[in-house]
Design a protein around this ligand. Structure first.
Ligand SMILES: [Zn+2]
Length: 215
């Protein structure tokens, strides 16, 4: 299932135009586009989200409810999980440790992952951590003992360079690994929402030399 809505971008007479479907006429200057006089020919804006199954040995995030494009607001909404070397997601939530809800992980972001030679150690560590008796529905707490607690204790046990070092502290991990991913994806999300509200989004950068360039 491909969830990429296919946002297109082109430049005809100046500003960047974003849309889902290429129009006949340029929405900026109203010229017909069929002669192909583009400053920048149409291209598909890269879709930042992935399916977890395609990313073995990775840390993945998605909104707790709904999906990124429609429902995501901020990092407080995020749910985090770990994929095995087979791309199965292991996650901890109010129902305890759960495995392989692939259908729920069709539109997620990869936070980071391990190189292939690590996969055996990755799986063994994940098995060991998820087998600990502490991950029960009764011990779950939305603020203090949640999906992050699970993933961070896995990463600490893994001893995988910077990723494990950052995992010792929730705030550090969030700032160095989560925020850069959600910020980049945020640009795509806001573009998508603008295009749901109107057919085109015309991007005019505010530039101090716009007078000179316009003359
Ligand atoms: Zn134009």
């Amino acid at each position: 299932m491909d969830m990429d809505p296919g946002i297109l971008c082109f430049q005809h007479c100046g500003p960047k135009v974003f849309c889902f479907q290429l129009p006949n006429d340029c929405p900026v200057c109203t010229c017909n586009l069929s002669n192909g006089n583009f400053q920048l020919p149409p291209f598909r804006v890269p879709y930042p989200f992935v399916r977890a199954i395609q990313h073995p040995c990775s840390i993945v995030i998605k909104p707790t409810t709904g999906d990124f494009l429609h429902d995501y607001r901020n990092t407080k909404d995020l749910h985090i999980g770990v994929t095995t070397s087979q791309g199965e997601v292991v996650e901890f939530d109010r129902r305890g440790v759960r495995r392989n809800q692939a259908a729920l992980w069709q539109q997620c972001l990869v936070v980071d992952g391990a190189a292939k030679p690590w996969s055996e150690h990755w799986d063994a560590t994940l098995q060991q951590v998820s087998g600990q008796p502490c991950w029960t529905p009764f011990s779950y707490d939305e603020d203090s003992f949640n999906c992050y607690t699970f993933v961070l204790s896995f990463l600490c046990k893994l001893r995988y360079g910077n990723l494990s070092e950052a995992a010792m502290n929730r705030t550090v991990f969030c700032e160095s690994f989560i925020l850069p991913r959600t910020t980049a994806a945020g640009k795509y999300i806001s573009l998508f929402r603008k295009l749901q509200a109107s057919r085109f989004y015309i991007y005019k950068p505010v530039s101090s030399d716009s007078f000179r360039r316009g003359s």
